[in-house]
Design a protein around this ligand. Sequence first.
Ligand code: ATR
Length: 289
Amino acid sequence: MNIVGTTAVFGVIGDPIEHTMSPIMHNTAIAHMGIDAVYVPFHVLPEELERAIRGMTALGIRGMNVTVPHKTRVIQFLDRLTGEAEAVGAVNTIINRDGLLMGDNTDVYGFITCITLDGGLERFPERVCVLGAGGAARAVVYACAMREEVSKITIINRTISKAEKIADDLTPITGKVISPMPAEKEAFHKVLPSTDLIINTTSVGMYPDVENTPVPDVSLFHEGQLVCDIIANPAETHLLRDAVSQGAHTVGGLAMLANQGARSLSIWTGMDAPADVMLKVLREQFFKG
Ligand code: ATR
């Protein structure tokens, strides 16, 4: 890496940030693209968020990814939002256009791309079930609801009011039937067997909680289903192992991470970012030992 006076700076803000895989993923892509840029992590506490965003224009930082817990609160400090960021109500990418800060959400693209490229599908699934109702669930529900192939979306969440809120917000925008249900045994048994695509957006099964799964009954999976877990660590969750054991097809969280990152880098640079190179380096990091 050769940093000079003209080097463009990109970065990611979050709290905590020390375990982020984004710098290695983006800097590998930057080297592959042969551009004069660098990508750095910034640890930004919630009470420093506004000053950090103002600093972006002062310092001429060209683009920033935004991660937990800032994706929603950051919106008030930006000048404009894309339609997707506005509908989802969360920003994971900021673009600095000569001092004007635009908020975008590339999780929507990242999710759809990993499902269509890695899902082994001839056609996007019709009946979808989203587990969880946090910020990530909103992007996934919106992404699915915007697909014309999708006819029905169920959101199953421990806190039913949060699932209801997403359904209330996104039904009028997307025109799709979005049904909230509580995370109880009956709901899983009623919904999952007749679902074509199941996506876990909860943190259940995430490191260090690796022995847990949001779907307690393995018999609810079957061949012909696609099961996606957006958890990136571990790369293969308990949920995905259970789904595979029943003959379902699976997509893990590293693919979504790589595709959302590639989309951000493409938007910032105006060049095609190599999602395959980014996924490869993520896999190497996770499986190196
Ligand atoms: P993110 O922005 O990554 O989506 P989040 O907004 O904190 O994160 O959402 C986390 C999701 O995981 C929520 O749906 C949460 O359920 P609640 O809405 O009931 O809090 C879900 N979740 C976290 N821990 C859980 C657990 N032990 N059992 C079931 N759901 C859990």
